[in-house]
Design a protein around this ligand. Structure first.
Ligand code: C2E
Ligand code: CA
Ligand code: CA
Length: 564
């Protein structure tokens, strides 16, 4: 059996041995004895030995080390090798003429010794061979280096090995590659495990070939995932992938596709594992992409993804510690002489202990994707109801609060009883809590949503259709939709700013016409200027919400506004 790294590295099939002795005669003699069976490196002082050992750590099978050398003696070399974790994986035979030195060198991790003057050449050769065999047997027994199916390094060893490579090649830029088989579980399920194993072995074969040709490193990370670590620019992604795919040509009836993530010039300040995680993230980004097979790690995308995952992880704790705050943005009735504060929208904020204030635009879409939004929305609804009840009691005002209801909430069969309970627990009625539902929610699964919304209205809740004009409801459908108030999408108001042709204005006219046709009041959101307000008035908009009047405010500030 060959040691894995030898198998990967040696083009001649011979193991590599380093001969270190300061006397040229001894070097020549040992070279003469060993050169038929081994590839050889030679060194004439301790410093050189260390340099060569670090450089060729993974190819070397043995070091023959003279103890008495200038610069660094053999003991010091052994100490350094031990400290760098090179022993006992790389066996060392010391060369000495002093009996006393043997014990000390064995203690320092040497495997064996040869005495000067040299014994018979056959004896020396046999000792070298025997020591290498023993060390390789031990590696095999330990069995921890390699993956048994593919013969490639396993992940743990590979990471250690790559870290070692970095230490030895200080400052050399490295590229990290991750290769993944798309939907491998399906390949296994449909074609059987034996076929899956064959595919994995074929890929490994090709990687081993690349390793032998270029001196890079390869490993099976787990399952259907492989890793390659190579000096920057040493490999070309396209060629690497094409080579692997070609290896599957004759067996690829299953139309297997392999995707590859590359993290070029990987950042040395993060762990090797993290570098490969980044390459993997790049590869994962291609999972459902059927036109691209190679992706380069993109720092900002990765950081965004990490950020998102962290927020998702932290949501429960944040709820528990009341890091979510409900703010209120006033809505003004603009029909009379002077605008009147008549209601407010509850908008959530996350006061994060480390990141500061996070706006809902960053976390709501994440929570909507995985259903977490339900929990958060319930919290916001309860908080909003509690505040509303307090203002009622304190100031005798009727300021209904509208809350946002996500698409997922609407599919909750218990939505109606839950909302009714929130309202009654706070001592309110359904007049006090308005529900904002975004238009796009209606458009998707209209039948079911229409039913659910109708049930809410039956129990007395009023529905504001949020972001109207953005969700592509057909006019036909609109007539059927159960709703009480239309809230125009902010983009129409925004569009007024650069409205050369008057198109934005005509769109707004159209929207308000639709509202009149449906006989429901209109709210315009995002009104920031006096000009915009005047336009809304002219268009017959009933209510305005926007920075012109006020930004969303913390509950206490909103209360101050109310009390004045
Ligand atoms: P939305 O429901 O359309 O809320 C209106 C957004 O427009 C708010 O952003 C508000 O601060 C902002 N806005 C109001 N007036 C102006 C203005 O004059 N100019 C500009 N540029 N912006 C204005 P916010 O608070 O960042 O909320 C963003 C979105 O997050 C909301 O859009 C809503 O979809 C979602 N959201 C907020 N709170 C909740 C919640 O408790 N539950 C759910 N499900 N979604 C929420
Ligand atoms: Ca809203
Ligand atoms: Ca809106």
């Amino acid at each position: 059996m060959l040691k894995s790294h030898v198998r990967f590295y040696s083009a001649t099939g011979k193991r590599l041995v380093l001969v270190a002795d300061d006397e040229p005669v001894n070097r020549e003699l040992l070279t003469y004895i060993l050169q038929g069976d081994f590839d050889l490196l030679t060194a004439s002082n301790g410093r050189e030995v260390l340099q060569l050992v670090r450089e060729h750590a993974e190819r070397l099978s043995l070091v023959l080390l003279d103890l008495m050398m200038p610069e660094l003696d053999g003991f010091r070399v052994l100490e350094s090798m031990g400290a760098e974790g090179l022993l006992p994986r790389l066996p060392v035979i010391v060369i000495t003429s002093e009996k006393a030195a043997e014990v000390r060198s064995l203690r320092l991790g040497a495997s064996d010794f040869i005495t000067k003057p040299f014994e018979l050449p056959e004896v020396i050769l046999a000792r070298v061979q025997r020591t290498i065999e023993l060390s390789e047997d031990r590696d095999i027994l330990q069995g921890t280096e390699r993956d048994s199916l593919t013969g490639l390094f396993n992940k743990e060893f590979f990471y250690r090995y790559a870290a070692q490579y970095d230490r030895v090649h200080d400052g050399k830029a490295m590229d990290a590659y991750v290769l993944d088989i798309n939907h491998f579980h399906l390949v296994n399920e449909i074609n059987g495990k034996a076929y899956g194993d064959l595919v994995l072995r074929r890929i490994a074969e090709q990687l081993r070939r690349v390793v032998a040709e270029t001196g890079c490193m390869a490993a099976r990370r787990e399952g259907d995932r492989f890793m390659v670590y190579a000096p920057h620019g040493c490999l070309d992604g396209e060629t690497l992938l094409a080579g692997v795919m070609q290896q599957l040509d004759d067996i690829n009836s299953a139309r297997i596709r392999i995707r590859m993530g590359i993290y070029p010039e990987a950042d040395r300040s993060v762990s090797v594992e993290e570098r490969f995680d980044r390459a993997k993230a790049a590869s994962d980004s291609l999972r459902d992409n059927y036109t691209r097979f190679i992706s380069i790690y993109d720092r900002s995308a990765y950081e965004q993804q990490m950020f998102a995952e962290q927020l998702i992880d932290e949501m429960d704790t944040a709820l528990l510690h009341r890091q979510f705050e409900v703010w209120f943005q006033p809505k003004y009735d603009i029909r009379g002489e002077s605008p009147r504060l008549t209601s407010a929208e509850a908008l959530v904020r996350w006061r994060h202990p480390e990141r500061g204030m996070i706006s809902p635009g960053r976390f709501i879409p994440l929570f909507e994707k995985n259903g977490l939004i339900q929990k958060l929305d319930h919290y916001v609804w309860r908080e909003a109801a509690a505040h509303c009840a307090r203002w009622k009691a304190a100031y005798g005002v009727d300021i209904p609060v509208s809350v946002n209801v996500s698409r997922i909430d609407i599919f909750d069969p218990d939505l109606v009883p839950k909302l009714l309970k929130i309202v009654s627990d706070a001592g309110l009625t359904t007049d006090d809590l308005l529900l904002e539902i975004t238009e796009s929610a209606y458009a998707e699964d209209s039948g079911q949503i229409i039913q659910a919304v109708a049930a809410l209205r039956e129990r007395g809740f009023r529905i504001e259709m949020d972001d109207f004009g953005s969700g592509y409801s057909s006019l036909n459908m609109l007539a059927e939709l159960p709703l009480d108030i239309l809230k125009l999408d902010m983009r129409f108001v925004r569009a007024l700013e650069k409205d050369g042709s008057g198109k934005a204005l005509r769109m707004l006219e159209l929207m308000t016409d639709i509202a009149r046709f449906l006989q429901v009041p209109v709210i315009a959101e995002g009104v920031e200027t006096k000009d915009q307000l005047d336009i809304m008035k002219r268009l017959g908009v009933d209510t305005v919400q926007g920075y012109y009047f006020s930004k969303p405010l913390p509950a206490e500030e909103f209360e101050t506004l109310l009390s004045s």
